[in-house]
Write a protein that binds this ligand. Sequence first.
Ligand code: KG4
Length: 329
Amino acid sequence: MKDIYTLGIESSCDETAVSIVKNGREVLSNVINTQIPIHTLYGGVVPELASRNHIDNISAVTKMAVKEANMELKDIDVIACTYGPGLVGALLVGLSYGKALSYALNKPLVGTNHIEGHIAANYITYKELEPPFLCVMMSGGNTQIVHVKSYTEFEVLGRTKDDAIGEAFDKVARVIGLGYPGGPKIDKMAQNGISNIELPKTHIDGLDFSFSGIKTAIINLHHKNPDVNKENLCASFEKAITEMLMEKVKMAIDKTNIKKIVLAGGVSANSYIRKEFEKLEEDGIKIYMPDLKLCTDNAAMIASAGYYNYLAGKVDDLSLNAIPNLKLD
Ligand code: KG4
């Protein structure tokens, strides 16, 4: 079969990213311009600033990605572009740019679901990985357990009823004064702490999650006792939230009898969560986790997911619009 080169574009939140991936698995370039230093000043992502910065950066990031891959734009076969979920203004920048490239180069446009992209990050890390498997998707905007039936078919078995897990990390970090983005900061602090603070864990029926209770408990605890040891608080928070996560993952394994678990999304970079998942291997469960640099937003994962959609014949036309609350199933 002829090699297929996919150019992926990602602009759903605060990263402007472009990547070229060969045959869905081999990364030839992966350029990411992060806006974290800009949004840090405000304690979180400011949507209008995100859109403006994507506009400023998208051309240069694309040129760099093409150059790093030692290619020319005319050699690209497919343009894969995130069209949701995400911030609408931010999505529109990458999508419009992708449409313009598709039109000018006369190459197919594949609108790509950002969550599918996070799952596909694992196809880059593990060349042998193929569906079906269960994916524990945990990012700043999403937390769900997904039955990945094929490269393009998904069934969500459970999802958060309120906050996403990354949102809980970020909000807790903000309240206790660690700044944005909170996940990596809590991860680092927790490594020097002891999980000696009892925190309430929310139990809801089925495979759904709820993370708002534990977040509020930490916020209240910190307000009542601002001198509480932050390292211990972070360690206790990580332990409790991971136990809530693992309880549902084990239920999903029992329910489906699928013993192949794939992690995805920014929170899958968390060192404690990764260690706890590794322990499942002792029970015969095979665990896959993306390379750390592919856990958070990037365009290589979008190019990979776009490639598999292209193979499945899912090509879009220029009327494709951004869908801020796009779902997986
Ligand atoms: O997947 P991602 O880059 O963006 C979305 O698609 O949402 O995830 C970002 C989230 C943020 O909430 C960030 O705090 C969290 O991932 N995160 C982490 C870690 N690294 C990033 N959370 C916990 N521990 C980490 N090491």
